[in-house]
Design a protein around this ligand. Structure first.
Ligand code: ADP
Ligand code: MG
Length: 453
């Protein structure tokens, strides 16, 4: 902005204030938030807006009125002009969200909040993820009609964000008229809080209740956030009532989210729930090959094998190992071979047998997962909310360490070894009746091992 005189600037802001007071807040926001003051000359104030549609409607609706206010304030006639401003890169945000709908559609390949890398073409399907991937594909071919709502859950680095955004990208391409919102639960929460502070909650509501496809990533961020949960609950109902597609991701089955209201839990789990498991060896190889191909580099087969045999946790870790290796080879101008890889990736490979994972670490990870304190793991309280996580922690300790049941009992507040055996039995029984438990246990074990390395 290159307005010449501060006096005129304040004159202009007074004009805007008067305008704002005379309009419903939503309307003001819609038409004036994208307006910029370009320059102030003696008898002319120049304004800019993002596009011609905005310019035409704006001029038609408000120009006379603004001029009236201005001449009231100055006592003389001031000319007002509105032109289209040159778009700086990334300036799409200047267009108020609520207005986007009305703008002529000039589609690029990817909607602004999505990454172009996350497509179905780039997603390798294996046994571990085929259910989720196929559901995601079906949704993107038929938004609002197949599997609605859908929840994709699984541990870190297994492709939740990739699939969720692939849905967004695909719908964007196939159904250009549909309005898509992709947002992480964290951003959703922050935006909501911000809208309260700025007294713009109605706009927030509008924004999310007017979409055709709502994609919310990482809803495990929501527990404890009461107000946001309430808001999301109503958003959910509004969209569901009008058959709008919703897809969510979560790092665990929704039933395991504590401090999430029951009614929201039931909403999340009412449609299709699909899980992502860690990829098995063959899929890891296929994924790594794909990443290598995408980067256009050469990596010998024995190196690929080495990486995939040693990294079993998740795809992100696989990618990291590859990136690290490529960066190294590039840096020292070395050829990538088995020796280099072995030396270089030592730190990425966790030893296959981690005999002595501290029990304390297991207790902490399990406690944290269930929002309990570490002392609950060792204490005497027997409410179900504590007793089961405690039993689970004992079971996991038995599974992944070499400690005896006596040692485990001791570590859990001096319990008898028969208590530990009983706990393990209970968990085993429950695994048989509760489908979500095994994935949860695998997730916890991965988290525990992740902490150790
Ligand atoms: P999450 O959201 O579950 O933590 P991401 O979706 O961020 O995981 O995936 C982590 C990384 O692994 C991303 O770069 C993603 O592209 C990649 N990835 C995950 N699963 C696959 C797959 N099946 N095929 C190709 N890439 C994958
Ligand atoms: Mg993610």
């Amino acid at each position: 902005m290159n307005a010449q005189s501060p006096e005129y600037e304040s004159l202009w802001s007074d004009t805007l204030k008067a305008m704002q007071e005379s309009l419903p807040p939503q309307e003001y926001e819609l038409w004036f938030s994208a307006l910029q003051l370009e320059s102030v000359e003696e008898e002319e104030i120049r304004l800019t807006v993002p596009d011609s549609l905005h310019r035409d409607r704006f001029s038609q609706k408000y120009l006379n009125k603004l001029q009236g206010i201005l001449s009231d304030l100055t006592g003389t006639k001031v000319r007002l002009s509105v032109s289209i401003r040159k778009q700086a890169t990334g300036s799409r945000a200047l267009v108020p969200e609520t207005h986007r709908k009305a703008l002529p559609k000039k589609k690029t390949q990817v909607p602004p909040t999505l990454s172009a890398d996350y497509t179905f073409e780039r997603f390798v399907i294996g046994e571990n993820n085929s259910f989720a991937a196929n559901a995601a594909r079906a949704i993107s071919k038929n938004p609002g009609k197949a599997y609605n709502p859908c929840l994709i859950y699984g541990g870190v680095g297994l492709g939740k964000t990739h699939l969720l955004q692939a849905i967004g990208n695909d719908v964007y391409r196939e159904f250009p008229d549909l309005k898509i919102a992709y947002v992480t639960a964290e951003t959703f929460t922050n935006e909501f809080i911000l809208s309260i502070g700025q007294q713009k909650t109605h706009q927030f509501k509008n924004k999310y209740r007017s979409v055709d496809v709502l994609l919310i990533d990482d809803i495990h961020f929501l527990p404890g956030k009461k107000g946001t949960q309430e808001e999301l609950f109503h958003t959910f109902n509004a969209l569901h009532d009008s058959n709008k597609q919703m897809v969510f991701t979560c790092d665990r089955p929704v039933s395991e989210l504590r401090e999430l209201t029951d009614r929201l839990k039931s909403r999340f789990s009412m449609g299709l729930n699909v899980d992502l498991q860690p990829p098995e060896y063959e899929t890891r190889v296929a994924i790594l090959r794909k990443k290598i191909e995408e980067k256009g580099v050469d990596v010998p087969a024995d190196v690929i094998e080495l990486i995939c045999r040693n990294i079993r946790t998740n795809v992100r870790d696989l990618e990291r190992a590859l990136t690290n290796l490529l960066a190294y080879a590039d840096l020292v101008n070395a050829e990538i071979n088995l020796e280099v890889a072995q030396r270089r990736l030592q730190d990425h490979f966790s030893s296959p047998e981690q005999k002595n994972i501290p029990v304390e670490l297991i207790q902490r990870v399990v406690a944290e997962y269930f929002s309990l304190s570490h002392t609950d793991m060792k204490g005497n309280r027997r409410t179900k909310a504590i007793a089961f996580p405690r039993q689970l922690a004992m079971y996991i300790t038995r599974e992944i360490t070499e400690f005896s049941t006596t040692e485990i009992g001791n570590a859990f507040g001096g319990r008898d070894h028969t208590t530990v055996m009983h706990a393990c039995q209970k968990v085993q029984d429950k695994i048989r009746t509760d489908d979500t438990l095994e994935p949860t246990i695998q997730y916890l074990i991965r988290s525990i091992k992740g902490h150790g390395s």
